[in-house]
Ligand binder design. Structure first.
Ligand code: SF4
Ligand code: SF4
Length: 404
């Protein structure tokens, strides 16, 4: 009897997810990274959309969406992230395999000892750089690093994150998953009696030959034969080990994945709780899509300009100074115009560069202008400023005309 092993499937998933995180910053959509937070312009580039800090509700929606997706996956599949996706596990596996090879070839030599510290250092540098690539595009990062112009924040991030990852990969490794990882703790709160777990089938316990293969391969050092334990990361190594041993005796393995511990009355992955979270995910996805598709491609904000003075004219008119910020949220340059309206029977004129204003994609351009109203009203008045593109109104803002 020969049952299939999970190892190659797990390793494929592990490497795909780790490489995905590594290469996402290199993928560009419309000239920008697929996912990047640009701190200087306070803009989140998210799958082709440029979301500015002013649109915080969209960032909030994305964050909530990801939070509920992780909650849903954890409710259904337990700590599957830790065992099948987490880059920390992938890098630890890689280092352990590397160390086995080095030991085999170089024994206990000083080169082998140096490699034990050097290999995690290289990986730590890569991990820290990879994190920074989600803020500074990889090519810029490399140019700035080689030119010694990385900057204080990026430099501190590189050294602190790189240092922590090096300590983790050199000295902590699996103990991190078992006792330190905060996400591991959070996952435990999301799991319930219906969550996928790996179970030592109690009805087949008599077939166990006590070879201890399952405990020897367990990365978190637990004995799954004693029942469900929170340290289990659902990696399936014990299942493979048991199948390996018992298949040779022409028997099936004893371990199995089940949705919920039978002893705890589980077995219903589709339940009111999981359905509710799924509905929330669908609702949040719909809201995010709607908000993204219906967001204006341009915005305008206006404030008092100059030193805030009001100029009275000999002909009875009044002039106010303003500063407007025109934001082009689209992926292409735009030519904008601004118009003013309001007042009752007065002549209102815009003075300044208010026609054919070039605004690059994702630019937030400042425009200083004046408004002359003749005759001046007796009291302050509200005026409306409109942002136009090819005659079509994109946005509007309100401003107050002062008279003295
Ligand atoms: S008990 Fe099995 S599935 Fe759980 S962590 Fe250990 S080897 Fe992985
Ligand atoms: S690997 Fe299987 S047979 Fe061996 S001790 Fe574990 S459960 Fe028993």
């Amino acid at each position: 009897m020969q049952q299939t092993r999970l190892a190659w499937k797990r390793e494929t998933v592990q490497w795909l997810s780790t490489l995905l995180l590594l290469f996402i910053p290199f993928v560009r959509v419309g000239g920008e990274s697929l996912l990047r937070l640009d701190a200087s312009s306070r803009t989140l580039y998210f799958f082709g959309a440029a979301i500015r800090i002013e649109e915080f509700y969209l960032v909030l929606l994305i964050s909530l969406l990801f939070m509920f997706i992780f909650l849903f996956v954890t409710m259904l599949f337990g700590r599957v992230w830790c065992g099948w996706f987490c880059p920390q596990s992938t890098l630890t596996d890689l280092l352990e395999a590397l160390e086995r090879r080095i030991k085999k070839r170089l024994g206990q030599s000083s080169v082998a000892a140096a490699a034990r510290y050097l290999a995690p250092a290289l990986l730590a540098f890569l991990v820290a750089s990879n994190l920074i690539w989600y803020f500074i595009p990889p090519v810029d990062y490399l140019r700035r690093l080689l030119g010694g112009e990385l900057g204080l924040v990026a430099g501190i991030t590189l050294f602190s994150v790189g240092g922590l990852v090096w300590v983790d990969l050199t000295f902590i490794r699996r103990y991190f998953c078992k006792a330190i990882c905060p996400y591991g703790r959070i996952q435990l709160m999301a799991m319930d009696v219906n969550t996928l777990t790996l179970e030592f089938d109690p009805t087949q316990a008599h077939r166990c030959i006590r070879c201890n293969s399952c405990t020897r391969v367990c990365p978190t050092g637990i004995d799954i034969r004693k029942g469900f334990q929170v340290e289990c990361i659902n990696c399936g190594r014990c299942l493979d080990a048991c199948r390996g041993v018992l298949n040779r005796l022409n028997q099936p393995g004893i371990m199995q994945y089940t949705f919920g511990r039978r002893s705890a009355g589980g077995g219903r992955p589709v339940n009111p709780r999981s359905l509710l979270v799924m509905l929330l995910i669908m609702a949040l996805s719909g809201m995010f899509l709607f908000a993204t598709l219906h967001r204006s491609q341009g915005t305008i904000k206006v404030s008092r300009g100059g030193d805030g003075t009001v100029r009275r004219l000999p002909d009875g008119g009044v002039v106010n100074f303003y500063t407007a910020y025109l934001e082009n949220r689209s992926r292409v340059p735009a030519l904008y115009g601004i118009r003013v309206s309001g007042g009752a029977g007065q002549k209102i004129e815009l003075l300044g560069p208010t026609e054919r204003i070039k605004v690059a994609a994702n630019e937030n351009r400042r425009v200083d202008f004046m408004v002359r109203v003749t005759p001046a009203p007796a009291a302050p008045e509200k005026l409306k400023l409109r942002l136009l593109q090819e005659g079509e109104q994109l946005a509007e803002a309100e401003m107050t005309l002062l008279v003295k």
